[in-house]
Design a protein around this ligand. Sequence first.
Ligand code: NAP
Length: 703
Amino acid sequence: MKETYHVVGSGEVEEILRSYVCGRWFEAQAGFVDVRSAIDGRVVTRVSSDGVDFQAMLDYARTVGGATLRRMTFHERADLVKRLALHLSEHKQRLYELSFDTGATQKDCFVDIDGGIMTLFSFASKGRRELPNAHVALDGALEPLSKGGTFFARHVMTPLHGVAIHINAYNFPCWGMLEKLAPAIIAGVPIVAKPATPSAYVAHAVFEEIVRSGILPEGSAQFVAGGLGDTLERLTGQDVVSFTGSRATSTRLQGVPAIRENAVRFVAERDSLNAAILAPDAGPGAPEFELFVKEIVREITTKAGQRCTCIRRAIVPRAYLDDVQRALTERLKNVIVGSPRCDGPTMGALVSLAQRDDVRARIAELATEAEIVYGDPAHVECVGADDRSGAFMSPIVLRCERPLGATKVHDVEAFGPVTILMPYDDVAAAIAIANRGDGSLVASVFGYDAAAVDEIVLGIAPFHGRVLVVDRDCAKEQTGHGSPLAPLVHGGPGRAGGGEEMGGVRGVFHYMQRTAVQGSPQRVASVSGQWNPGATEYAATRHPFEVAFEALRVGETFYTEAREVTLADIEHFAQFTGDGFYAHMDEAAAKRSPFFDGRVAHGYLLLSFAAGLFVKPELGPVLANSGLEALRFLKPVYPGDAICVRLAVKEKTPRKPEYGEVRWAVTIFNQNRDVVAQYDLLTMNATEDHVPSLAGEIAVGAT
Ligand code: NAP
């Protein structure tokens, strides 16, 4: 044990971790489990949920928390999440210090603590950008169900009326809790967080800050330190379980009768034997070879390999297997194992001695099919600590010569700094080996040969939630095998849990029910909060471009004058823009097209004329045109036709105090009232107090 390293501060942990239920901290009196430091084995804290009234906890969440959250809009709830992220950002230091005792190094803390806070920010911003400032979210387009246009359907998403039980793994106590909390709160569903016992004190400290901040409404977040008692047996079809942990625990919990009988939604993120594949072109000397080796080292040493995404199987062209082994060995020799409280070590400890025993036992199983070629599972030199009392372990590399004939290497998860090298003979074999994991969170492919890389990606995609392709072009900016970004899928098919998409807005939708609402155009519009054709039109009393954001009413419509489109207009537009496509310029050629009876107006000309018809040129509430969506040209416009435009306020979304986004349904008609084109126009419109005026001052009260 060397003593030459600087030792940083230790976080103070409460002697007993309390649960936070029914708006109060609850301290158990019995049934405690000791939680020990990963570094030196001392008892850090004790945990028990003995005496918690689980039914009262569920009722409190459903009746108090859920009801309050559901009264808020998506944006209001996203704002809570953002404020929480800001609050936690100010209290990171204590969390780092506590985390050291879980074996995490400072670098690991960035993944868990900073990563968790970033996830809150990311969900909050996606919630504001991609969800409406309303109580209902829409999934998919309006579905016309009748010829006469009087019967429509729309899929609406509404928050479940139950509670989300979040059961977390020990490896990322902060990130794991926050990545589940954010989508549930944004959806409007209260949560109960249950951290894994070995690192519960870090989750507890995060939760203490959440409570102290006072940001989340009463009943919207509760915390159980210790077991969940009979909570799962009390769940209904309105509740959700989001589980992260081992396959064995997940299978057991999914078998709880109430979960099966009440069809309780159960998302599982569970163990996964992720692969990294070196493509056939990426031999020694290729940039992708170096990147591959570097990534394996990063994956197995970060969090001492206790990552759900860790590269467990490194699949390598047979000809390069020795080179990869040599390069890995060289890099791993530089890994310094030791106490995270010292400033030298680059790899910390496993979470507990029990976990290390488990990893050693798993390695022994793997060693029946593979040879250990680097590291000694029984002993490691460590800095600032002793590997008899602390759960330290060397990185371990195994080599399995015949992976297609083996079973355990694709099935046994050693949840520590462990990876297995596997050779392949051709691309088909590489794909087959990767897919033997029976469904994984992530795989990465390192190579530059387009044909081989594409074949591998498409061959393994059905078995993976995420596939990362690393090459020299994205090397500097790629985020790594193990970094699921909040907008991306986190989860995988098969043994990895079942392929639920937990990233981004899909993650929010997981806590909501998708319902097809059918009815008249007006009913569908009022339930969905979005105007649609056939719904009531409120005739604008002023040009809508003169109206500030707040005063615009969804369904307010404005019809323009008509304008004839002449042949001279078409020729002028063709000359001016350079778009002389035959359908606009050559009568005989246009007639040959199955779509036209002769020369037609440019679609872009129609858009420009439409703007000319509805735009109000003076400075006013409309600040900018931010785009068009869902543009369709439905009927040709011939010289001599006359077009007019209907502009309808389809949806309003507040963006900043100064302005909001207006989605306008724009419909262009011809003289026969046939729709020739339609699209959504997006504009940014000033709020009442921020409408610009020519005098350079804000014109207050421009409604
Ligand atoms: P674990 O032993 O399966 O425990 C997971 C969680 O389940 C813990 O919070 C545990 O609480 C809880 N639990 C156990 N029995 C329960 C019961 N009867 N009722 C309610 N909750 C119960 O897994 P772990 O050791 O914490 O984590 C390591 C595993 O997680 C690895 O296999 C890893 O691959 C997997 N993992 C997967 C992902 C992913 O996204 N796919 C992410 C991280 C980790 P206690 O600790 O109090 O027993």
